[in-house]
Design a protein around this ligand. Structure first.
Ligand code: NDP
Length: 331
């Protein structure tokens, strides 16, 4: 019988729930089921680490909310995002990954084996943990935005920009991500509107300069999105300017770039994050501040956020975990 919970002297101990129960012993636990988690699972399983993977709130991760993926190498004809994640999962299971439904609700990384509680009831004791919980794109919260997700509304220009080749699109947001998305789209689309709610951009000066020097980007300062309109696909956007007037812009793609939220809250009592909550990893590795806990994918990457980079970092995490376990005579 294992009981754990309050550790008075540990950081964030107030956040830990007291859970009792027979703990399951696992060599390598992977949390998250996007490209990072499944790639970590493929490598860990092939290295005989008998990984157990918990899928989390959104099995398959962010790619299950997209339609066609054309930029992942190995799919020359493109592939539907949900199908690609099914393929990842099958490949991970083929080598023996134990894939399970479940959400990690608390962790105790004060000592090894690490204690991880799933769905507030099941306790796992893991010698190595790979965090691959991803990030969640923020949306405006409009009903019409929800309606057109996957048919004109996207949170990733690199993923979906190509579908709007030669057309007019809009990007909402005024940070570095919005500027990057607008610049990327400016090379593909005829015209890019940047919808910025304030009268300035929050992005770095260098990024702002690049935006202002790009002739087919028009920055609409002091504009707020009221509604996205269209019949089956996006045809336009209704904006409200600072004078309270409604303005319509005809567009076929609406890109939301108002930030992401890394899914790291449950780990924060133990794992160092930056001010936005992204897990800090030691450069050139997937190692976190706790030896034996590794992080990969979007939960530790605010710059690239691509399926292929997430998959690459998942591979790194599995190799790092395998080396860690070998060094400790546990592999
Ligand atoms: P940020 O939080 O920096 O910017 C979000 C932008 O979205 C802001 O302009 C904000 O407006 C706007 N916004 C937020 N909510 C709404 C809303 N409801 N309606 C309209 N606009 C809204 O997020 P980013 O994703 O741009 O960047 C996150 C971090 O990652 C930053 O530190 C950034 O520097 C970094 N980054 C670095 C890159 C690089 O170095 N190449 C690339 C991408 C990101 P407001 O200003 O009014 O709050």
């Amino acid at each position: 019988m294992i009981t754990f919970g309050k550790l008075e002297s540990q950081p964030g101990s107030e956040k830990k729930s007291v859970v009792s129960g027979e703990a399951e012993k696992v060599k390598c636990l992977i949390i998250g089921s996007g490209p990072a988690g499944y790639t970590a699972a493929i490598y860990a399983a092939r290295a005989n680490l008998s990984p157990v993977l918990y899928e989390g709130i959104q099995p398959g991760g962010q790619l299950t909310t997209t339609t066609e993926v054309e930029n992942f190498p190995g799919y020359p004809e493109g592939v539907q995002g949900p199908q690609m994640m099914e393929d990842f999962k099958k490949q991970a299971m083929r080598f023996g990954t134990d894939v399970r439904f479940g959400i990690v609700t608390s962790v105790d990384f004060s000592q090894r084996p690490f204690k991880v509680v799933v769905d507030d009831e099941k306790t796992i004791e893991a010698q190595a943990v790979i965090i691959a919980t991803g990030a969640t794109a923020k949306y405006l919260g409009l009903e019409s935005e929800e309606k057109f997700k996957g048919s004109g509304v996207s949170a990733c220009a690199t993923c979906d920009g190509f579908f709007y080749k030669g057309q007019d699109v809009a990007v909402v947001g005024g940070g570095d991500t919005a500027c990057e998305e607008a610049l990327y789209l400016s090379g593909i689309c005829r015209k890019v509107y940047m919808i910025v709610r304030k009268d300035y951009l929050r992005a770095s000066k260098a990024m702002q300069q690049r935006v202002f020097n790009t002739p087919n980007i028009e920055v609409l300062f002091g504009h707020v999105t009221k509604e996205i309109v269209g019949s089956n696909v996006v045809e336009g956007v209704i904006l409200e300017n600072s004078k309270g007037e409604l303005v319509r812009k005809d567009i076929s793609g609406f890109f939301v770039a108002i930030g992401h939220t890394p899914n790291s809250d449950v780990f924060k009592p133990w794992i160092e994050t930056d001010e936005q909550g992204y897990i800090k990893t030691i450069p050139g590795s997937s190692r976190t501040n706790i030896p034996g806990v590794f992080a990969c994918g979007d939960v530790q990457d605010k710059i690239y956020r691509q399926a292929i980079t997430a998959a690459g970092s998942g591979c790194m995490a599995a190799i790092d975990a395998e080396r860690f376990l070998s060094e400790h005579g546990l592999a």
